[in-house]
Design a binder for this molecule. Sequence first.
Ligand SMILES: *Cc1c(COP(=O)(O)O)cnc(C)c1O
Length: 394
Amino acid sequence: MERELKFATKCVHAAEKPDPVFGAHTTPIFQTSTFIFENARQGAARFAKEESGYVYTRIPPNTPTHAVLAEKFAELEGGEAGQTFASGMAAITAIALTTLKQGDHLISTDVIYGCTFSLFSEVLPGLGIDVSFVDTSDIENVKRAIKPETKMVFLETPANPTLILCDIAEIAGIARENGALCVVDNTFATPYFQRPLELGADLSLSSCTKYIGGHADLLGGIVAGNKDFMNRMSLVVGYTGGIMGLHEAWLCIRGLKTLHIRMDRHAENAMKVAEFLESRPEVEWVRYPGLTSHPQHELARKQMSGFSGMLSFEVKGGIEAGRRLMDNVKLCSLAVSLGATDTLIQHPALMTHACVPLAVRKRIGITDGLVRLSVGIEDSEDIIEDLKQALEAI
Ligand SMILES: *Cc1c(COP(=O)(O)O)cnc(C)c1O
Protein backbone atom coordinates (compact mmCIF):
# COMPACT_ATOMS: atom_id res chain seq x y z
CA MET A 1 0.00 0.00 0.00
CA GLU A 2 1.15 3.51 -0.75
CA ARG A 3 2.38 5.42 2.30
CA GLU A 4 -0.10 8.08 3.41
CA LEU A 5 1.24 11.61 3.11
CA LYS A 6 1.64 13.67 6.27
CA PHE A 7 -0.82 16.49 7.01
CA ALA A 8 1.51 19.35 6.03
CA THR A 9 2.26 17.68 2.69
CA LYS A 10 -1.46 17.19 2.09
CA CYS A 11 -2.08 20.90 2.78
CA VAL A 12 0.32 21.71 -0.03
CA HIS A 13 -0.34 18.88 -2.49
CA ALA A 14 -3.71 17.20 -1.91
CA ALA A 15 -6.11 17.36 -4.87
CA GLU A 16 -3.85 19.74 -6.80
CA LYS A 17 -3.98 18.94 -10.50
CA PRO A 18 -1.93 20.82 -13.09
CA ASP A 19 -4.14 22.45 -15.69
CA PRO A 20 -4.28 19.94 -18.58
CA VAL A 21 -4.76 22.59 -21.27
CA PHE A 22 -1.96 25.10 -20.65
CA GLY A 23 -0.11 23.50 -17.73
CA ALA A 24 -0.85 26.35 -15.30
CA HIS A 25 0.76 25.56 -11.94
CA THR A 26 -2.17 26.64 -9.72
CA THR A 27 -5.79 25.53 -10.04
CA PRO A 28 -7.50 27.86 -12.52
CA ILE A 29 -10.69 29.75 -11.70
CA PHE A 30 -13.23 28.22 -14.06
CA GLN A 31 -15.31 31.38 -14.42
CA THR A 32 -18.31 29.86 -16.10
CA SER A 33 -21.94 29.27 -15.25
CA THR A 34 -22.46 26.26 -17.52
CA PHE A 35 -20.57 23.39 -19.16
CA ILE A 36 -20.69 22.17 -22.74
CA PHE A 37 -21.72 18.55 -23.31
CA GLU A 38 -20.10 16.56 -26.10
CA ASN A 39 -23.48 15.31 -27.23
CA ALA A 40 -27.09 14.88 -26.06
CA ARG A 41 -26.38 11.45 -24.61
CA GLN A 42 -23.69 12.88 -22.35
CA GLY A 43 -25.93 15.74 -21.20
CA ALA A 44 -28.70 13.29 -20.32
CA ALA A 45 -26.28 10.96 -18.51
CA ARG A 46 -24.91 13.80 -16.38
CA PHE A 47 -28.38 14.96 -15.39
CA ALA A 48 -29.33 11.38 -14.55
CA LYS A 49 -26.12 11.12 -12.49
CA GLU A 50 -25.14 8.05 -14.54
CA GLU A 51 -21.95 9.84 -15.45
CA SER A 52 -19.87 12.15 -13.26
CA GLY A 53 -18.96 15.58 -14.58
CA TYR A 54 -19.99 19.18 -14.60
CA VAL A 55 -23.38 20.50 -15.63
CA TYR A 56 -24.15 23.94 -14.24
CA THR A 57 -22.27 25.87 -11.56
CA ARG A 58 -25.11 25.73 -9.00
CA ILE A 59 -25.24 21.93 -9.21
CA PRO A 60 -22.53 19.90 -7.40
CA PRO A 61 -19.71 19.28 -8.15
CA ASN A 62 -20.14 22.93 -9.22
CA THR A 63 -16.88 23.65 -11.12
CA PRO A 64 -13.40 22.06 -11.18
CA THR A 65 -12.19 24.88 -8.86
CA HIS A 66 -14.85 23.96 -6.28
CA ALA A 67 -14.09 20.26 -6.75
CA VAL A 68 -10.37 20.71 -6.02
CA LEU A 69 -11.16 22.60 -2.80
CA ALA A 70 -13.77 20.03 -1.71
CA GLU A 71 -11.38 17.14 -2.37
CA LYS A 72 -8.46 18.87 -0.63
CA PHE A 73 -10.55 19.62 2.46
CA ALA A 74 -12.00 16.09 2.54
CA GLU A 75 -8.48 14.65 2.47
CA LEU A 76 -7.42 16.89 5.35
CA GLU A 77 -10.46 15.90 7.42
CA GLY A 78 -10.08 12.22 6.52
CA GLY A 79 -13.43 12.08 4.70
CA GLU A 80 -14.50 10.48 1.42
CA ALA A 81 -15.93 13.64 -0.10
CA GLY A 82 -16.60 17.32 0.51
CA GLN A 83 -18.93 20.13 -0.47
CA THR A 84 -18.27 23.86 -0.53
CA PHE A 85 -20.79 26.61 0.32
CA ALA A 86 -21.23 30.38 0.18
CA SER A 87 -20.80 30.57 3.97
CA GLY A 88 -20.58 28.45 7.07
CA MET A 89 -24.27 29.13 7.71
CA ALA A 90 -25.21 27.92 4.19
CA ALA A 91 -23.36 24.68 5.00
CA ILE A 92 -25.17 24.21 8.32
CA THR A 93 -28.53 24.98 6.66
CA ALA A 94 -27.95 22.42 3.89
CA ILE A 95 -26.92 19.75 6.42
CA ALA A 96 -30.06 20.42 8.47
CA LEU A 97 -32.39 20.39 5.44
CA THR A 98 -30.82 17.16 4.16
CA THR A 99 -31.17 15.39 7.50
CA LEU A 100 -34.28 16.73 9.23
CA LYS A 101 -37.95 16.78 8.31
CA GLN A 102 -41.16 17.61 10.12
CA GLY A 103 -41.49 15.65 13.35
CA ASP A 104 -37.75 14.99 13.69
CA HIS A 105 -35.69 15.94 16.71
CA LEU A 106 -32.30 17.70 16.81
CA ILE A 107 -29.94 17.78 19.78
CA SER A 108 -27.50 20.68 19.72
CA THR A 109 -24.70 21.88 21.97
CA ASP A 110 -26.13 24.80 23.96
CA VAL A 111 -23.03 26.97 23.56
CA ILE A 112 -22.78 27.48 19.80
CA TYR A 113 -22.13 30.12 17.20
CA GLY A 114 -24.82 32.83 17.58
CA CYS A 115 -26.39 32.43 14.12
CA THR A 116 -26.44 28.62 14.44
CA PHE A 117 -28.34 29.12 17.69
CA SER A 118 -30.82 31.42 15.91
CA LEU A 119 -31.24 29.03 12.96
CA PHE A 120 -31.93 26.13 15.31
CA SER A 121 -34.12 28.05 17.77
CA GLU A 122 -36.08 30.31 15.38
CA VAL A 123 -36.16 28.74 11.91
CA LEU A 124 -36.17 24.94 12.38
CA PRO A 125 -39.06 24.87 14.91
CA GLY A 126 -41.17 26.67 12.29
CA LEU A 127 -40.60 23.68 9.99
CA GLY A 128 -41.92 21.32 12.65
CA ILE A 129 -38.48 20.25 13.89
CA ASP A 130 -38.06 19.84 17.61
CA VAL A 131 -34.75 21.16 18.96
CA SER A 132 -33.12 20.48 22.36
CA PHE A 133 -30.12 22.56 23.42
CA VAL A 134 -28.06 20.58 25.89
CA ASP A 135 -24.80 21.00 27.73
CA THR A 136 -22.90 18.41 25.70
CA SER A 137 -19.83 18.67 27.94
CA ASP A 138 -21.65 16.06 30.09
CA ILE A 139 -22.57 13.03 27.97
CA GLU A 140 -25.30 12.05 30.43
CA ASN A 141 -27.22 15.11 29.19
CA VAL A 142 -26.97 13.79 25.62
CA LYS A 143 -28.16 10.32 26.66
CA ARG A 144 -31.13 11.85 28.48
CA ALA A 145 -32.10 14.06 25.55
CA ILE A 146 -32.11 11.25 22.94
CA LYS A 147 -35.59 10.28 21.69
CA PRO A 148 -36.76 7.86 18.99
CA GLU A 149 -37.23 10.92 16.72
CA THR A 150 -33.65 12.18 17.22
CA LYS A 151 -32.07 12.33 13.75
CA MET A 152 -29.12 14.62 14.32
CA VAL A 153 -26.71 15.55 17.11
CA PHE A 154 -24.93 18.82 16.35
CA LEU A 155 -21.75 19.58 18.28
CA GLU A 156 -19.47 22.56 18.42
CA THR A 157 -16.15 21.93 20.14
CA PRO A 158 -14.33 24.01 21.24
CA ALA A 159 -17.51 26.01 21.60
CA ASN A 160 -17.98 29.64 20.75
CA PRO A 161 -17.28 31.70 22.86
CA THR A 162 -16.79 29.82 26.13
CA LEU A 163 -14.24 27.29 24.78
CA ILE A 164 -16.12 24.45 26.48
CA LEU A 165 -15.42 21.06 24.90
CA CYS A 166 -17.41 17.92 24.36
CA ASP A 167 -16.21 14.36 23.84
CA ILE A 168 -16.71 13.73 20.12
CA ALA A 169 -15.95 9.98 20.22
CA GLU A 170 -18.37 9.29 23.10
CA ILE A 171 -21.21 11.36 21.67
CA ALA A 172 -20.72 10.05 18.13
CA GLY A 173 -21.07 6.55 19.60
CA ILE A 174 -24.34 7.46 21.33
CA ALA A 175 -25.65 9.06 18.13
CA ARG A 176 -24.73 5.99 16.05
CA GLU A 177 -26.43 3.58 18.48
CA ASN A 178 -29.59 5.65 18.15
CA GLY A 179 -29.52 6.07 14.39
CA ALA A 180 -28.77 9.80 14.52
CA LEU A 181 -26.22 11.67 12.43
CA CYS A 182 -23.36 13.25 14.41
CA VAL A 183 -22.22 16.58 12.99
CA VAL A 184 -19.30 18.61 14.33
CA ASP A 185 -18.65 22.28 13.70
CA ASN A 186 -14.85 22.12 13.59
CA THR A 187 -14.30 25.81 12.77
CA PHE A 188 -12.30 26.63 15.91
CA ALA A 189 -9.89 23.70 15.78
CA THR A 190 -9.61 23.09 12.00
CA PRO A 191 -8.59 19.63 10.73
CA TYR A 192 -5.00 20.46 11.64
CA PHE A 193 -5.77 20.15 15.35
CA GLN A 194 -8.91 17.98 15.43
CA ARG A 195 -10.38 15.43 13.01
CA PRO A 196 -13.97 14.61 14.05
CA LEU A 197 -14.48 11.97 11.34
CA GLU A 198 -11.57 9.93 12.70
CA LEU A 199 -13.25 10.18 16.13
CA GLY A 200 -16.47 8.69 14.73
CA ALA A 201 -18.52 11.74 13.67
CA ASP A 202 -20.40 11.56 10.36
CA LEU A 203 -19.77 15.10 9.17
CA SER A 204 -17.19 17.77 9.96
CA LEU A 205 -17.82 21.32 8.83
CA SER A 206 -15.91 24.56 8.91
CA SER A 207 -16.66 28.17 8.22
CA CYS A 208 -13.93 28.90 5.61
CA THR A 209 -14.37 32.54 6.57
CA LYS A 210 -12.13 31.78 9.55
CA TYR A 211 -8.92 29.70 9.55
CA ILE A 212 -9.42 27.95 6.18
CA GLY A 213 -9.35 31.19 4.19
CA GLY A 214 -7.26 32.51 7.03
CA HIS A 215 -6.93 36.14 6.01
CA ALA A 216 -10.36 37.63 6.86
CA ASP A 217 -11.03 38.42 3.22
CA LEU A 218 -13.77 35.99 2.19
CA LEU A 219 -16.95 34.16 3.22
CA GLY A 220 -17.28 30.44 2.73
CA GLY A 221 -18.31 27.13 4.26
CA ILE A 222 -17.25 23.53 3.73
CA VAL A 223 -18.31 20.04 4.82
CA ALA A 224 -16.51 16.69 4.73
CA GLY A 225 -18.08 13.27 5.21
CA ASN A 226 -19.06 10.15 3.34
CA LYS A 227 -20.06 9.98 -0.33
CA ASP A 228 -23.57 8.79 0.37
CA PHE A 229 -24.41 11.83 2.49
CA MET A 230 -22.75 14.22 0.00
CA ASN A 231 -24.87 12.73 -2.80
CA ARG A 232 -28.05 13.25 -0.83
CA MET A 233 -27.01 16.75 0.18
CA SER A 234 -26.15 17.64 -3.44
CA LEU A 235 -29.88 17.80 -4.21
CA VAL A 236 -30.45 20.35 -1.42
CA VAL A 237 -27.37 22.28 -2.57
CA GLY A 238 -28.66 22.39 -6.14
CA TYR A 239 -32.17 23.41 -5.07
CA THR A 240 -31.16 26.07 -2.53
CA GLY A 241 -28.07 27.39 -4.33
CA GLY A 242 -25.86 28.63 -1.49
CA ILE A 243 -22.80 28.13 -3.68
CA MET A 244 -19.30 29.37 -2.90
CA GLY A 245 -18.05 32.06 -5.27
CA LEU A 246 -15.25 31.04 -7.61
CA HIS A 247 -12.75 33.58 -6.39
CA GLU A 248 -13.49 32.50 -2.82
CA ALA A 249 -12.91 28.85 -3.75
CA TRP A 250 -9.56 29.77 -5.27
CA LEU A 251 -8.59 31.80 -2.18
CA CYS A 252 -9.53 28.87 0.08
CA ILE A 253 -7.34 26.50 -1.94
CA ARG A 254 -4.52 28.96 -1.44
CA GLY A 255 -5.39 29.37 2.25
CA LEU A 256 -5.23 25.62 2.89
CA LYS A 257 -1.68 25.47 1.53
CA THR A 258 -0.45 27.38 4.60
CA LEU A 259 -3.00 26.09 7.14
CA HIS A 260 -0.46 24.01 9.07
CA ILE A 261 2.09 26.79 9.54
CA ARG A 262 -0.53 29.41 10.36
CA MET A 263 -2.22 27.15 12.91
CA ASP A 264 1.08 26.36 14.62
CA ARG A 265 1.75 30.09 15.09
CA HIS A 266 -1.85 30.86 16.14
CA ALA A 267 -1.61 28.14 18.82
CA GLU A 268 1.87 29.09 20.00
CA ASN A 269 0.84 32.73 20.40
CA ALA A 270 -2.50 31.86 22.02
CA MET A 271 -0.73 29.78 24.69
CA LYS A 272 1.60 32.68 25.52
CA VAL A 273 -1.25 35.19 25.60
CA ALA A 274 -3.37 32.84 27.76
CA GLU A 275 -0.52 32.46 30.27
CA PHE A 276 0.03 36.22 30.31
CA LEU A 277 -3.68 36.93 30.92
CA GLU A 278 -3.84 34.32 33.67
CA SER A 279 -1.09 36.23 35.50
CA ARG A 280 -2.94 39.57 35.41
CA PRO A 281 -4.82 41.01 38.41
CA GLU A 282 -7.47 42.62 36.14
CA VAL A 283 -8.48 39.18 34.82
CA GLU A 284 -10.86 36.92 36.74
CA TRP A 285 -10.16 33.77 34.72
CA VAL A 286 -8.93 32.62 31.30
CA ARG A 287 -10.40 29.81 29.22
CA TYR A 288 -8.01 28.16 26.77
CA PRO A 289 -7.98 24.39 26.12
CA GLY A 290 -4.19 24.40 26.35
CA LEU A 291 -4.13 25.70 29.94
CA THR A 292 -4.10 23.11 32.72
CA SER A 293 -6.72 25.33 34.42
CA HIS A 294 -9.22 24.51 31.62
CA PRO A 295 -11.78 22.17 33.24
CA GLN A 296 -11.49 19.80 30.27
CA HIS A 297 -7.78 20.07 29.60
CA GLU A 298 -7.47 16.26 29.64
CA LEU A 299 -10.21 15.88 27.03
CA ALA A 300 -8.50 18.56 24.93
CA ARG A 301 -5.29 16.54 25.04
CA LYS A 302 -7.18 13.38 24.11
CA GLN A 303 -9.07 14.62 21.05
CA MET A 304 -7.01 17.58 19.83
CA SER A 305 -3.39 17.60 18.68
CA GLY A 306 -3.07 21.32 19.50
CA PHE A 307 -5.26 23.99 21.04
CA SER A 308 -5.75 26.51 18.22
CA GLY A 309 -5.84 30.28 18.51
CA MET A 310 -9.10 31.06 20.31
CA LEU A 311 -9.42 32.00 23.96
CA SER A 312 -11.81 33.88 26.18
CA PHE A 313 -11.40 35.57 29.52
CA GLU A 314 -13.41 37.43 32.11
CA VAL A 315 -12.29 40.94 32.99
CA LYS A 316 -13.05 42.11 36.49
CA GLY A 317 -15.62 44.90 36.41
CA GLY A 318 -18.14 43.40 33.94
CA ILE A 319 -19.48 45.12 30.87
CA GLU A 320 -17.89 48.53 31.56
CA ALA A 321 -14.41 47.07 32.06
CA GLY A 322 -14.85 45.03 28.89
CA ARG A 323 -15.88 48.14 26.96
CA ARG A 324 -12.85 50.08 28.22
CA LEU A 325 -10.48 47.24 27.40
CA MET A 326 -11.80 47.13 23.86
CA ASP A 327 -11.59 50.89 23.42
CA ASN A 328 -7.97 50.88 24.58
CA VAL A 329 -6.35 48.21 22.43
CA LYS A 330 -4.19 49.63 19.65
CA LEU A 331 -2.66 46.66 17.82
CA CYS A 332 -5.57 44.24 18.28
CA SER A 333 -8.50 44.86 15.94
CA LEU A 334 -11.92 45.37 17.52
CA ALA A 335 -13.86 43.05 15.26
CA VAL A 336 -16.01 39.94 15.29
CA SER A 337 -15.03 36.90 13.23
CA LEU A 338 -11.87 34.94 13.96
CA GLY A 339 -8.99 33.11 12.36
CA ALA A 340 -7.46 36.20 10.75
CA THR A 341 -3.72 36.87 10.61
CA ASP A 342 -4.19 39.79 13.03
CA THR A 343 -5.44 39.49 16.60
CA LEU A 344 -9.17 40.22 16.89
CA ILE A 345 -10.90 41.15 20.10
CA GLN A 346 -14.66 41.26 20.71
CA HIS A 347 -17.29 41.26 23.41
CA PRO A 348 -19.79 38.39 22.92
CA ALA A 349 -22.51 39.81 25.21
CA LEU A 350 -22.55 43.05 23.20
CA MET A 351 -21.69 41.64 19.78
CA THR A 352 -21.73 38.04 18.44
CA HIS A 353 -24.06 36.67 21.10
CA ALA A 354 -26.25 39.73 21.64
CA CYS A 355 -28.94 37.73 19.75
CA VAL A 356 -28.90 35.02 22.43
CA PRO A 357 -31.53 35.87 25.09
CA LEU A 358 -30.02 37.16 28.36
CA ALA A 359 -31.37 34.26 30.43
CA VAL A 360 -29.79 31.73 28.03
CA ARG A 361 -26.52 33.70 27.98
CA LYS A 362 -26.35 33.61 31.75
CA ARG A 363 -27.10 29.89 31.92
CA ILE A 364 -24.43 28.92 29.38
CA GLY A 365 -21.74 31.18 30.81
CA ILE A 366 -21.61 34.10 28.38
CA THR A 367 -21.08 36.61 31.15
CA ASP A 368 -21.03 40.40 30.77
CA GLY A 369 -17.28 40.62 31.27
CA LEU A 370 -16.44 37.84 28.82
CA VAL A 371 -13.97 38.90 26.17
CA ARG A 372 -13.13 36.71 23.18
CA LEU A 373 -9.75 36.85 21.56
CA SER A 374 -8.74 35.37 18.22
CA VAL A 375 -4.98 35.40 18.60
CA GLY A 376 -3.22 36.26 15.36
CA ILE A 377 0.16 35.35 13.91
CA GLU A 378 1.96 38.57 14.86
CA ASP A 379 4.94 38.44 17.23
CA SER A 380 3.46 37.36 20.58
CA GLU A 381 5.44 40.02 22.43
CA ASP A 382 3.61 42.78 20.57
CA ILE A 383 0.18 41.23 21.23
CA ILE A 384 0.98 40.89 24.93
CA GLU A 385 2.31 44.46 25.18
CA ASP A 386 -0.89 45.77 23.60
CA LEU A 387 -3.14 43.81 25.96
CA LYS A 388 -1.00 44.88 28.91
CA GLN A 389 -1.38 48.59 28.22
CA ALA A 390 -5.13 48.18 27.56
CA LEU A 391 -5.65 46.22 30.81
CA GLU A 392 -3.72 48.87 32.73
CA ALA A 393 -6.08 51.52 31.30
CA ILE A 394 -9.31 49.95 32.59
C1 LIG B 1 -18.30 31.95 11.74
C2 LIG B 1 -18.82 30.69 12.24
C3 LIG B 1 -19.91 30.06 11.63
C4 LIG B 1 -20.65 30.67 10.46
O1 LIG B 1 -19.84 30.84 9.35
P1 LIG B 1 -20.07 32.00 8.25
O2 LIG B 1 -19.03 31.69 7.25
O3 LIG B 1 -19.90 33.30 8.92
O4 LIG B 1 -21.47 31.80 7.74
C5 LIG B 1 -20.33 28.85 12.13
N1 LIG B 1 -19.72 28.29 13.19
C6 LIG B 1 -18.67 28.87 13.81
C7 LIG B 1 -18.04 28.19 14.97
C8 LIG B 1 -18.19 30.08 13.35
O5 LIG B 1 -17.15 30.64 13.98
